[in-house]
Write a protein of this length. Structure first.
Ligand SMILES: *Cc1c(COP(=O)(O)O)cnc(C)c1O
Length: 326
């Protein structure tokens, strides 16, 4: 994402619109090129960046939109693409959760100018660390490859390797941001397993959703629209706190007591000390993100999860919720 923003020549004075309901690195990369992250709140139901909010935040300084496919559910990327093209803005997608996801049969990675995937250990496919950028723009591709390897121009690099020549040209200050060959080998084998692993994630999600629909007065599930194919990176469950006698923290503790690990995705960025002190954000700025944050839990979901594991999580969540129903 950092290299993508650099390849677009973004820098000081520029603004990039993104969601506060994401991991901090989504906003950090904007800061690392010297631009300013501008947050647009999420839709209260989908928890995805709200295109209306994006539009409302566009100024003369806006250069790009950096949407996130939260949880591996595609955001409203086609609407965002329309907004971007009418305002002549670039779109860089944070697809860290969205390997294998699609919108109306269009795979994530084939829609925007630049799409960034993460292969960190917790993601749907992994190379330990690292990631991938997809683009169909030859000039941007060239620039990205130069930036990721010391700013050495690819043509000169090729000459150096093929002809055995010692000559190469440094075109700009680049980075050492390449995937190692070891990681690439792992990534290729992961890629072949991706459809199978995604199918298993989908099964688990469907089991969860079928079960939790039965206690819909106590918990809320995410329902994908028929036109999208989610990657099911996360399974976020929102508690109806007003219907429960316990809060989210207690719910997590109760699950922990049953040996079920959960997490919270995400603590909205505008509530973090850095974004408060750097940009003057405070509680109340993005109410939909805050409302989601207060009642959300990410349940375990991974391809090796057994049928019994899934059943145990379903029974535990159902027990805790019904036992603490008002
Ligand atoms: C994991 C994650 C990232 C960062 O990916 P890395 O490969 O770990 O740098 C960015 N955005 C989101 C939404 C993520 O979940």
């Amino acid at each position: 994402m950092h290299l993508s923003l650099l390849a677009l020549d973004l820098g000081p004075g520029d603004e990039v619109i993104t969601t506060p309901f994401t991991f901090c690195s989504t906003a950090h990369v904007i800061e690392h090129v010297g631009a300013r992250p501008i947050f647009a709140d999420v839709d209260p139901v989908s928890m995805q960046i709200d295109p209306n909010e994006v539009e409302r935040r566009i100024t003369s300084r806006t250069k790009a939109i950096l949407p996130v496919h939260y949880g591996g559910h595609p955001c409203e990327i086609e609407t965002i693409a329309d907004i971007a093209s009418s305002r002549r803005l670039s779109v860089v997608e944070d697809a860290a959760h969205a390997v294998g996801a699609a919108v109306r049969e269009r795979p994530i990675g084939s829609i925007s100018t630049l799409t960034c995937f993460s292969f960190y250990a917790t993601k749907n496919i992994t190379t330990g660390e690292g990631g991938m950028v997809t683009t169909n723009d030859a000039a941007l591709s060239e620039r990205l490859q130069r930036l990721r390897l010391h700013g050495i121009s690819r043509d000169a690099w090729k000459r150096y390797r093929q002809g055995g020549s010692w000559y190469y040209e440094v075109a700009e200050p680049g980075f050492k941001a390449n995937l190692t060959d070891f990681q690439a080998a792992l990534g290729l084998s992961q890629l072949t397993k991706e459809p199978r692993m995604r199918a298993r994630r989908k099964e688990i999600a469907q089991s969860y959703s079928a079960a939790f629909t039965k206690i819909a007065d106590l918990v809320e599930i995410v329902v994908p629209s028929d036109s999208v194919r989610p990657a099911w990176h996360l399974y976020p469950l929102r508690l109806h706190l007003e219907a429960l006698t316990i809060d989210r923290a207690t719910f997590i503790t109760e699950l922990e007591a049953r040996n079920i690990g959960t997490s919270v995705h995400f603590i909205p960025l505008h509530l973090q000390p850095h974004f408060q002190s750097a940009y003057g954000h405070s509680l109340g700025d993005f109410p939909n993100s805050e409302a989601a944050y207060e009642r959300i839990i990410s349940l375990p979901i991974y391809p090796d999860m057994t049928h019994d594991d899934v059943g145990y999580v379903i029974d535990s969540v159902t027990d805790i919720a019904t036992a603490s129903a008002r």
